[in-house]
Design a protein around this ligand. Structure first.
Ligand code: AMP
Length: 281
């Protein structure tokens, strides 16, 4: 696996990789890689595509009170993992490469960016959309992989790619979980032992609510019970709602493609998760 840190090196490496493999697939990450990222890289590598993984902890998507400086970093471990997983090229730009002092252009996404994470963290999707558009233009991939773990982010990226005619296929990869149901996340390492034991209840509550909705129980009661159960287990809930999958608009009753989404804090750690609705019974 080749590692590059400057734009001229990246351009040259992408040109040779495209000549060798025909198709380039980008996997954008912030590092601290785990088996969720592995699923993205392995999906990207299908049919022999040349996989380019970027590692960049993007300050533009962190709020002033958020954990930018505390965000876990493990460059050497990440590079070993990427090589093992079949990544051909690692793109590790530094801050000055991505945001030189005169950088002054951002993308302000609307639509699916407006609620939930967008309301709780106003700058977040602006940072995500901007960095993803920049990565697309730097790498010029045929496709890019994003995890369903960050469902709203996936929809924001899809919307932006369509709206700005970016000509990159967006590939969604299902959430990778530990056997107890907790979605893998770089932030899970900050859970204390008691919080770690409680954390799987977030997915359990979503899964149960999904089953009840699919069985035809009224959404208001199902969502109310799930919120109450999480509150009683020690979560400080930001939201737990039923939404239209692509637009993130809240729904009063399930429709095809609906999604249950949630964000909740356990101590200092904020967890997000989501599930599709099972097919109606
Ligand atoms: P991050 O490094 O946290 O910015 O995540 C980089 C990419 O990995 C994003 O597309 C995430 O949605 C995806 N990802 C993170 N955790 C998981 C997971 N548990 N399962 C699937 N994809 C994930």
């Amino acid at each position: 696996m080749q590692t590059v840190r400057t734009l001229p090196e990246l351009r040259a490496a992408c040109t040779s990789l495209r000549a060798a493999r025909g198709r380039l697939v980008l996997v954008p990450t912030m590092g601290a890689l785990h088996d969720g990222h592995r699923a993205l890289v392995e999906t990207a590598a299908q049919r022999g595509a040349g996989v380019i993984a970027s590692i960049f902890v993007n300050p533009l998507q962190f709020g002033p009170a958020e954990d930018l400086t505390r965000y876990p970093r493990d460059e050497a471990g990440d590079l070993t993992r990427l090589a093992e997983w079949g990544c051909a090229l690692a793109w590790l730009p530094d801050l000055a490469t991505m945001y030189p002092p005169q950088h002054a252009t951002v993308i302000v996404p609307g639509g699916p960016a407006e609620r939930w994470e967008g309301a709780a963290r106003p700058e977040h999707f602006r940072g995500v959309a901007t960095v993803v558009a920049m990565l697309f233009n730097q790498v010029r991939p045929d496709a890019a992989c994003f995890g369903e773990k960050d469902w709203q982010q996936l929809q924001v990226v899809r919307r932006m790619t369509t709206d700005l005619c970016l000509d990159v296929e967006i590939i969604a990869v299902p959430t990778v979980r530990v056997p107890d149901g907790l979605a893998l996340s770089s932030r899970n390492r900050y859970l204390g032992p008691a919080e770690r034991a409680t954390a799987p209840l977030l997915h359990a509550a979503l899964a149960r609510a999904g089953t009840e909705l699919a069985a035809g129980e009224p959404a208001e009661r199902v969502l109310g019970a799930a919120r109450a159960a999480l509150g009683a287990s020690g979560f400080a809930l930001d939201y737990l709602d039923l939404v239209d999958g692509p637009t993130l608009v809240p729904l009063a009753a399930p429709v095809l493609g609906a999604r249950l989404i949630a964000a909740a804090r356990l101590g200092a750690v904020r967890l997000i998760d989501n599930v599709p609705l099972p097919a109606p019974r």
